[in-house]
Design a protein around this ligand. Structure first.
Ligand code: ZN
Ligand code: ZN
Length: 205
């Protein structure tokens, strides 16, 4: 299947899934296009899927151990989970389901509510507003970037209902970490593309 790079326009051949004209899902991580640089032809550096280095902000492959920008060791998902499980005020869910709802906040404004739950019935939720262009940009950065099955597809929903109608474009995280703030839990981290020890342990049990 062809997936066009938003940076250089190269038509990448990735495994994926299409519905009509829409690319619903693909598994490409980095653009395969070659572009002319100062030192000859180089691979385009656009990444569809990446993890951001906490030290320098560089985008790294999701499987990278060390940052290509600053050489620091990247925080491992297993370590993140281990640290979270040690905290008394944290809630760690191994996500078995994700539910989307169009709701309203206390002032009657439309909100998208996303609830994650595990097999034991524990849950964590987050809310998003999509009324203004700034709110939609924030939603893209905080939610769509990680949740889209076809990253960088340029989909920009205008309302909670539109997100719900096309939720086949979205994937659920493997783990969600919440921290207690006052009497409520706030989502602090969501882990995707997780293939670590915790999953192996959970599947063996
Ligand atoms: Zn490219
Ligand atoms: Zn770095």
């Amino acid at each position: 299947m062809q997936v066009e790079c938003p940076a250089c326009g190269h038509a990448n051949l990735f495994w994926g899934k299409r519905e009509g004209d829409i690319v619903i899902e693909h598994f490409g991580r980095r653009c395969q296009g070659l572009i002319e640089g100062g030192s000859g032809r180089q691979q385009c550096d656009f990444r569809f899927r990446f993890k951001v280095c906490g030290e320098c902000g560089a985008e790294n492959d999701i499987a990278a151990r060390r940052c290509h920008g600053c050489q620091m060791l990247l925080v491992d998902a297993d370590d993140k989970l281990k640290d979270a499980l040690k905290l008394k005020d944290a809630k760690v869910l191994r996500v078995s389901g994700m539910q989307l709802e169009a709701t309203t906040n206390g002032r009657g404004l439309p909100r998208l509510k996303v609830t994650y739950h595990d097999e034991d019935g524990a849950s964590l939720a987050e809310w998003f507003a999509l009324e203004t262009p700034a709110q939609r940009r924030a939603f893209s950065a905080a939610f769509l970037r990680d949740h889209l099955r076809a990253p960088a597809s340029g989909w920009q929903p205008m309302s909670p209902d539109e997100v719900i109608e096309e939720q086949q474009r979205l994937r659920a995280p493997d783990f969600v970490v919440g921290r207690k703030v006052g009497r409520h839990f706030q989502i602090r981290d969501k882990l995707f593309d997780y293939q670590g020890r915790f999953r192996k342990a959970a599947e063996a049990s």
